[in-house]
Design a protein around this ligand. Sequence first.
Ligand code: GCU
Length: 384
Amino acid sequence: ILIKAQAQNGFQANYDEAKVPAYTLPDILKTTTNQPVQNKKTWEKVRRPEIIRLFEENVYGQTPKSYDRLTYTVKNENAQAMGGKATLKEVAIEVVKNNKPLTINLVLFVPNQKKSPVPVFLLINNRGKDNMDPTRAQKSDFWPAEMVIDSGYAVAAFHVSDLAPDDTTKYVNGVLQLYPEQLTANDGMKAIGAWAWGASRVLDYFEKDKAIDAKKVMVVGHSRGGKASLWAAAEDQRFAMCFTNCSGNTGAALSHRRFGETIRRINTVFPHWFAKNYKKYNDNEAALPLDQHMLLAAIAPRPLYATNASKDLWADPTGTYLSVKLASKVYELYGIKANLPANPPGINQPIMTSSVGYHNREGEHNLTAYDWSNFIKFATDQFK
Ligand code: GCU
């Protein structure tokens, strides 16, 4: 793994824990003017908004909240999908701003056995569209819709390319056409911000669909999609729960550690993901007024689950676990104690508390049935 990753684009990745530089993280529980945050009131009124602003300005960019109109068309409905277990809806969600339209194509299955409204898992799909095949001719563990339906949840997915194609130049052909001012601003959103924006528009749609419990929408993302699921949940407090799978650098892992992928590397290979301002921190993590534990904390008190894979050191499993542990301090302000152990758990040993959860799955960088089965278990515990 070491040699392979070191060769990646000529970047030197560190995989040696002993070579992690000494670093000081900004304290989640101190405001920028150094006031201690001792209760949820100060957290909600002062510190949390500060943190969101820090991420908007320095990392993901602004997320425009306003649009002129949101309409939707059910393009296809089948009440006998999955052998009669589910109702399929293919929905075209159209958002209009300044006469410019954007369409998000949602695939949604709702379990027939459950009384509506039901909670839903929403995947931000950053891989092939065949992973969300509405006909179910193609099935994939990346979005194991049958498994989720059998567990009594609705399951939905949209593809990131509807919002911003994952390409260094084509990313502008999507949401950014509706908000052209974002293209020039140093804190303008780019692809990851656009994907998160899309998740919120799907939530707007769920608020209109009586089959769905819009107060129980769980956003799921893998890797670059997991960076977007975190940002969506942090910014939009209507999301009830967040799952971030192998999200690594500028996802759930701590950037200051410079373990595996670094900010310079991510900004160089994926210049279309984050705001221009983020480039200031290339090889300059020490100057960051934030780290990713603060993004996770912004999701509190809503439940958060993060994962890694044992062979995916690029995404820094230890740095992810530490980030979750640090974020759990904020849940304590709400009286939810996580008591996470100091060291990461062993491989395939999920930790599930009443606030945060974490596992390091054996294997490669991927989103698998193992990951989903733990998401379902965690969600079910939370909703009890
Ligand atoms: C690359 C990238 C990661 C990203 C991953 C993925 O490896 O460096 O930051 O998470 O792709 O999306 O699979």
